[in-house]
Design a protein around this ligand. Structure first.
Ligand code: IMP
Length: 192
């Protein structure tokens, strides 16, 4: 099985991606490749931050790597929190982040939103990017305990429960991460 390093310090993302790619690729964590530092995220777009993380890690390790940058884009907020999703309320506190979005939508009838993920695969041939989107709506309040980040306030299209109420297996059939990772898997398979 091909080894590939996932450039993330987010344990939830690592777990989701391992389940999606499990059995097909051996997804190495940063710990497994003895990388202990922070990954840079200095740009104002998800695409650029994703590219920056992959380039940085490939430069350090010299083995095939992929990174993932993702965010919640709310229509009535002109795409915010977007690239600032992880620390929208000032720090990385998921409850405060969600409360901020709920409060900003308090007078809005349009609650449509999407999660978007951009994966960058990088090897000696250069970078390749793969996007995944799941459309849905922001719930009126936080609902459900599972998942991470904004899962308790995101209701995917076609469902009436949030990602945090749906099972992890159900989320993994449709999420932005699943969709971007499947494109990566197809690309990796085409290399062989
Ligand atoms: P990043 O680590 O800079 O890509 O930050 C992305 C942020 O988006 C995460 O910290 C979460 O807050 C949020 N996010 C990304 N994917 C998901 C998801 O699947 N569920 C809930 N929140 C997510």
């Amino acid at each position: 099985m091909k080894d590939i390093c996932f450039a993330t310090n987010n344990a939830h993302k690592l777990e989701e991606v391992r389940i999606i790619l499990g059995g097909r690729f051996n997804v190495l964590s940063l710990k497994q490749v003895d990388f202990a530092g922070e990954l840079p995220e200095t740009h104002e777009t998800i695409e650029e931050n994703s590219l920056e993380k992959a380039e940085y890690l490939f430069d350090k390790l010299g083995i095939p790597v992929f990174s993932e940058d993702s965010g919640l884009e709310v229509d009535a907020l002109n795409g915010r929190p977007g690239v600032h999703t992880a620390h929208y309320a000032g720090d990385r506190n998921a409850i405060r982040n969600m409360d901020k979005v709920i409060s900003e939508l308090s007078n809005e009838s349009d609650r449509s939103a999407q999660f978007r993920a951009v994966i960058t695969y990088m090897d000696e041939s250069g970078p390749r990017q793969f996007e995944g989107i799941i459309k849905g709506a922001i719930a009126p309040e936080k609902m459900g305990e599972d998942g991470f980040g904004y899962d308790p306030i995101f209701i995917p299209e076609g469902y009436d429960q949030t990602f945090a109420e749906l099972s992890a297996a159900t989320k993994n059939t449709m999420s932005h991460r699943k969709r971007s990772v499947e494109k990566l898997a197809q690309f990796l398979n085409s290399l062989n």
